[in-house]
Design a protein around this ligand. Structure first.
Ligand code: SF4
Length: 159
């Protein structure tokens, strides 16, 4: 099954969340655990995911260079600990970030034909996030210097 076809269903089989929403939630939870990361079994439990769907989402994030999966022995069983490769100071903007679920991410470079410099998705998202933040903070510079997931993504392509 293609990962893009994965959806979360309620117990009546109704679709309740898209793969994009779930991927963002998984990434946000991993980031919130900091450098320690989180055991995938705990993550699946918290998000009510099957291990099959959860593993596919984790592999998707790993493929995008956002997390690493460390094999660990836990209670006599091998499992994976999921750790974010880059940690933002502010996790509030991660959910909904287009780069997390973008199908073009592997082709996206600073100077390529697919680039954050010309991407409408990232431009629109940044504008919405900035507008939200400005409304919330009303002139406060409390978050000045924090690293957003947009900056993380742009920085990762500059390395
Ligand atoms: S900048 Fe745009 S094209 Fe590049 S990965 Fe993000 S959403 Fe996709």
């Amino acid at each position: 099954m293609l990962v893009s076809k994965l959806i979360k269903q309620d117990n009546k089989g109704n679709r309740v969340e898209s793969i994009e929403d779930l991927t963002s939630k998984v990434f946000k939870l991993i980031v919130e655990q900091g450098k320690e990361g989180i055991l995938q079994s705990r993550l699946w439990k918290e998000l009510n995911l099957t291990s099959r769907d959860g593993s596919r989402i984790a592999m998707r994030l790993e493929k995008r260079g956002l997390v690493t999966r460390q094999r660990v022995l836990e209670n006599g069983r091998w499992t994976f600990r999921l750790i974010a490769l880059r940690l933002p100071l502010d996790t509030t903007s991660i959910e909904g970030a287009p780069c997390i679920t973008c199908n073009l991410e592997s082709m996206c470079t600073m100077d390529g034909s697919v680039s954050p410099n010309t991407c409408r998705l990232i431009e629109n998202w940044v504008l919405v996030e900035m507008s939200k933040r400005m409304n919330e903070e009303k002139g406060s510079d409390a978050n000045a210097g924090s690293v957003t997931s947009v900056q993380m993504h742009v920085e990762s392509m500059q390395e």
